[in-house]
Unconditional design. Structure first.
Length: 97
């Protein structure tokens, strides 16, 4: 997902985004100011969401991908079984692939 360019952000959009982040607990507003510090929860959540794809999803799902080297892993066997069951269900329902 591409980030919007700074010159295309309107004040209304910025207000909306700040409100959503504040309501979710990612930022807090200092009263009587226009400053929004990031609490510990916001920092931990941001680090979690930015690191999950690189550290968990990519290495964990890579053995199940069809272009991956032939490894006999539990994940790969489960994905193959799922693929077989989907094909069987389609065949039983007489649906075109």
């Amino acid at each position: 997902m591409a980030s919007p360019q700074p010159d295309t952000l309107t004040p209304g959009r910025i207000t909306y985004d700040l409100r959503r982040l504040r309501l979710q607990g990612f930022i807090e507003r200092l009263s009587t100011t226009h400053r929004y510090p990031v609490p510990a929860f916001g920092v931990r959540s941001s680090l979690f969401f930015t690191r999950v794809p690189a550290r968990i999803l990519r290495p964990g799902l890579s053995p199940a991908m069809p272009n991956a080297p032939p490894l006999d892993t539990v994940v790969q066997r489960c994905f193959q079984q799922l693929h077989t069951e989907i094909d069987r269900s389609i065949e039983e329902a007489k649906l075109a692939a």
